[in-house]
Design a protein around this ligand. Sequence first.
Ligand code: AMP
Ligand code: MG
Length: 485
Amino acid sequence: MTSTAAAEITLSHRFADELPELAVDWQAVEPPAPQLLVLNDALAADFGLDTAYLRTPEGVGLLTGTAVPDGARPVAQAYAGHQFGAFNPRLGDGRALLLGEVTDREGVLRDLHLKGSGPTPFSRGGDGFAAVGPMLREYIVGEAMHALGIPSTRALAVVATGRTVLRESALPGAVLTRVASSHLRVGTFVLARAMGDVPLLGRLVDHAIARHYPHLGGTENRALALLDAVIDAQARLIARWMLVGFVHGVMNTDNMTISGETIDYGPCAFLDTFDVGAVFSSIDQQGRYAYGAQPAIGEWNLARFAEALLPLLAEDTDAAVAAAQQSLAAYRETYNAAWAEGMHAKLGGTPNDERTAALVNDMFDMLAMARVDYTSFFRRLASAARGDREPARALFADPAPVDLWVERWLALAPDPDLMDRVNPLYIPRNHLVEEALAAATEGDLVPLGELVGVIRDPFTARPGLTRYEQPAPEAFGPYVTYCGT
Ligand code: AMP
Ligand code: MG
């Protein structure tokens, strides 16, 4: 079933064609009463998609995968993964589908993907569905990350299905239409390796290079080149998370992309008070994916990626292991350099020397001790560089340590304008996200629309938005999010 508008959309199926062992042809379940909740007009425009069409029943059919263009070939993708460290050889899209690939305005191929589209052969015990709240959360946080300049998958739309899904309670169901550079994950390679099919692994490497690192296509040892590229991309990505105070919450190897985009926003959150041990996920009892653990977990996941690639890295195992170890050693270097560069900018372009390094250490001790709001601190510090120290001081019950610290920092001549370009004023604060999701679940989309409007321009102070700048009120208590399934 296609209209003229739908026929103009071409969904290619390169993944399904090139890697049939990792794809199962599948169909989305028809939602009983679909209702478009949000449409990302800006993202639609990137693909030249007609937003008026996407708002029609036919367009909503595309967004929910029930009216795909002729020639499209939706598939459930197979992948493995380490969930909280435990290897699971068969995960895959248990409630998701790859509708196909679309070429954006820049000529880049991007995945059009659904989450919450019904059960698949990979559903294991799950129902295959998703709830409105978590899908809208993914929309909000993905837009925030994009606006912050952090590579991320993004939501094109969220459609309420009219189906009730059972979680801790009965919830309204939804389908998220997601756009990503691809859905290739560390877990995709782990599965190919576990299948013992080295030619498949080789095709997967070639497919990943063609999509994400085409400049490496002519390299002799392509698997090694891909390993280095992914290590580099992930080291930089995780440095960006740390600098902005983002906690992903479920960094399983199936949730780590080859593209270097952030993916799968489940129990994720931005820090309020600075705390390296911050965990927001109800299921992360051990703090495996705590804020401060993320750089090391990234390295652990990349070691699993390297292991998956071993048969292609060198002829004999010892040489392959040595090559993998050498590549992995670059992770810390790249991470540290990216993080330090970002931190210098956050502090106003202070010199990259031991004075700044000592200041940064003392700053983190001070922030942790005083339980200061991480985002507010940097933004208010810019005022101190402009001559008004009060806003930053006001964050501390005892301002004596910060007075001394600010004195040392000002001696390094920080640039407040640079600070305001890199330190966000507006992030999707947990209490605001919860408020918007609670209203949306009750049918009121106004707070959600306002919040997204604010976080889409995170660096520019605007009048009337004070409440979006402020940390959660005491009454909000410690923040816990549930897995988002
Ligand atoms: P996620 O936490 O979204 O990254 O999902 C981890 C794995 O569990 C993936 O294989 C998902 O497809 C699967 N999964 C999560 N929720 C459901 C669900 N409600 N029904 C079926 N599979 C699910
Ligand atoms: Mg996942």
